[in-house]
Ligand binder design. Sequence first.
Ligand code: ATP
Ligand code: ZN
Length: 294
Amino acid sequence: MPFLFLSDMNDRLRLAIQKSGRLSDDTIDLLTACGINISKPDRKLRALSEHFNLEVLFLRDDDIPGYVADGVADAGIVGENVILEKNKPVDIMERLGFAKCRLSIALPQTVDYRSVKDLNGLHIATSYPGLLGRYFESNGVKASIHEISGSVEIAPGIGLADGICDIVSSGSTLISNGLREVEVVTKSEAVLIAAPTITAEKRARLDRMCFRIQSVLKAKQHRYILMNVPNESIDEVIKLLPGMKAPTVMPLATQGWSSVHSVIPENTFWDVIESLKSVGAEGMLVVPIEKMVL
Ligand code: ATP
Ligand code: ZN
């Protein structure tokens, strides 16, 4: 696609993202939260974001590792599974916490399976021949791989293969096709990658983007909590709060009571709330945080 090279003369940072698919909405939402506004592509393959002097290329996810490795794009956002499959030399800058899934081997529910040795001699359909081949090699499995590009899950049902190796998230697609997940080949999430040949100037700009991404991701993983606490319980409440440094404690208009504010991790949220309640905290408010800069 020669037109991609036409604007090589300017020093805009070029970011490759998926045009449409499971990564595209979350990618655009993340960039927007970082103050980088781009509109969703219709038929266009490129867009400019004046906010960050950024040029966005909308591509198929499979092409992103290659474009970044070759330096046509300076950076990209793509699933780790695709990077591992393409096996291109790119630097992983940041794990982005969305498009979480696993690449797994699944066999018909009726097949008896005890260990990876039971894969020997089987014929497995997949869109990930590179990753699966390396998995077989490192586990000493002698099985054959049938590469297909889509609807992998129906392969055993139509007699094309003994099993499959495909992306799984909840597992419901496997179950509805009479399959059972037997091995996880790799886990994956969306990542920000950079070209190994990126210039120092563009690298510095990408580092600024990473800083913004980290602030957004940290904020998503935390909640701001406000509560009323009888003064005699403040010490116990403080012990339960991880906080950033120390919680804020302010007197309430009602004598003997204080308002305590802190930041708690999202994943421990309910446990912390229950413990706080049990030591006398009440009137708790929990609010989302937009950005978190430490
Ligand atoms: P393209 O048209 O760009 O080639 P595609 O059809 O190959 O797209 P998608 O189905 O949009 O790919 O998936 C993109 C990425 O999203 C996958 O490579 C994987 O990292 C992740 N992904 C796929 N399925 C799921 C899922 N069920 N849950 C979470 N993440 C997923
Ligand atoms: Zn794809």
